[in-house]
Design a protein around this ligand. Structure first.
Ligand SMILES: *[C@@H]1O[C@H](CO)[C@@H](O)[C@H](O)[C@H]1NC(C)=O
Ligand SMILES: *[C@@H]1O[C@H](CO)[C@@H](O)[C@H](O)[C@H]1NC(C)=O
Ligand SMILES: *[C@@H]1O[C@H](CO)[C@@H](O)[C@H](O)[C@H]1NC(C)=O
Length: 231
């Protein structure tokens, strides 16, 4: 009897720890701040899906602001050239600093979402946008820290890391936004991220699905049994 209980309990504990061990689905977005497609993917798929799944722990979003930029070394600094001009290099650098300084997605993702949203709405003054978004953030973000970082050697090194990560893509990116899911890029994955990221994350996640993965969950008690005893 005791043995039986232990066996059952142990299996249960084992199953529970296996469940807890399922790694979150890792979605990486390679982007540049002024690319319209990046702004759209961010506001239509990446942010809303993350916001919905944030509390479940099944999705890990990672943003790499660099895109189609180029870099070259001058002395001990990296100098960047960006597709949409200097303002884009400033934007990429600000976003990189926000990611690195704030650390937790719950702090920097809403901030990047705000910046990309304002840019999508036609704002061109990246410093003003980054400042406004910092001041309106909940909790408030200290823009001086971000701004100082963006001009510092540390910020420059962090931006170089983003360049290295982008250049290390395999296959190499052909456009941005470019996404990988658990490190993999295919045309099909790109398509699914662009069209229904929530569905992709939910079906890729190997652990038990949280309720956020069910569009509409009919409670068992409101089903109508064919036979009275069969509910
Ligand atoms: C994300 O989830 C964490 C933990 O549940 C919570 O503290 C945080 O406020 C959430 N962030 C957002 C932006 O919803
Ligand atoms: C962009 O403009 C739309 C329509 O005016 C508005 O609903 C939305 O809140 C704006 N987004 C940002 C980030 O300002
Ligand atoms: C419902 O009950 C009837 C009569 O007992 C039985 O023959 C039938 O197989 C049951 N149907 C289902 C779907 O279980």
């Amino acid at each position: 009897m005791l043995q039986k209980t232990c066996l059952g309990l142990c299996l249960l504990l084992l199953a529970a720890s296996a469940e807890a061990a399922a790694p979150p689905v890792a979605v990486s977005l390679y982007m540049e701040t002024f690319c319209p497609g990046c702004q759209q993917l961010f506001s239509k798929q990446i942010y809303p899906t993350w916001a919905k799944l944030n509390s479940t722990g099944i999705l890990a979003v990672d943003i790499v602001p660099y895109g189609n930029a180029k870099e070259k070394q001058q002395g001990n600094k990296w100098v960047f050239t960006c597709q949409h001009g200097t303002k884009e290099c400033v934007g990429n650098q600000i976003e990189t600093c926000a990611i690195k300084l704030l650390g937790r997605p719950t702090l920097w993702l809403p901030y990047l979402h705000c910046i990309e949203g304002q840019l999508a709405n036609g704002s061109r003054d990246i410093m003003q946008v980054a400042k406004d978004c910092a001041e309106n953030a909940q909790p408030r973000i200290n823009f001086d820290d971000i701004s100082r970082c963006s001009l510092s050697d540390q910020g420059n090194q962090w931006q170089h890391e983003m360049a290295l990560r982008t250049e290390a893509l395999n296959p190499p990116h052909k456009y941005v936004p470019w996404v990988t899911v658990n490190g993999v890029h295919t045309v099909n994955i790109q398509y699914e991220v662009e069209n229904d990221l929530l569905n992709l994350v939910c079906k890729t996640y190997s652990g038990p699905k949280p309720k956020e993965c069910t569009a509409f969950d009919v409670a068992a008690s409101s089903r109508c049994p064919r036979n009275k005893t069969d509910n």
